[in-house]
Ligand binder design. Sequence first.
Ligand SMILES: [Zn+2]
Length: 225
Amino acid sequence: MDNMPSWMDTKLGGMKRVALWLIQVIGLGNTFTKNQLREAFPEVAQIDRRLRDLRDFDWKIHTNREDVGLGTHEQRLVEVGQPVWVPGKATRRAAVTVTAAQRHEALMRDGHKCRSCGIGPGEAYVGTDVTSQLDVARRDVLLPDGTTKTQLVIECNRCRIGNRELVANLGRLLGRINKLPAIEKKILSAWVAEDRRGFSEIEDIWAGYRTLPAESRVHVRDALA
Ligand SMILES: [Zn+2]
């Protein structure tokens, strides 16, 4: 880290300056508040966002979501990532805008279906004349190591509205899978392999029962008694 510029160098962009400020003023392992950040950069718009941008460059900055010991306004510099102030280092790996190629890849990978409700492109929602539009959504996934990564997922316009605030918690899901009995793990594994949920005999029967008129439902009830 030779020739490190000063964080006060206003010729640098907001993200570079906030990176330098973290190193030169706050220091590794120390905490800071949003107010301190804003007071240091009164002239930089959306400095919080510039701080978050550093995560794309391997900077680890914990909030009380990753570290319950922190207060709601506190953050901690846990790891210094790429030296973004060095020319060429601040080239973003994960582009903010989704490219046509990324969009195409996501559509292929997700089988041209909404991952939340399973609807295909241009299909009508059940009971309506409204048709779906599929698009790429950016989903924040909380990884088991405590970091958050933005991943792409296909969603329809309707699900997208409801899921905008969703953060997927991969660690919690993996934890629940771990606690499943072997037999259920096997069933789940088959659904994952097929990427669709198969129905057991009893569920198939239930679906059939549900569609029966009341008169016939009585027969089923009697048969079970
Ligand atoms: Zn959907």
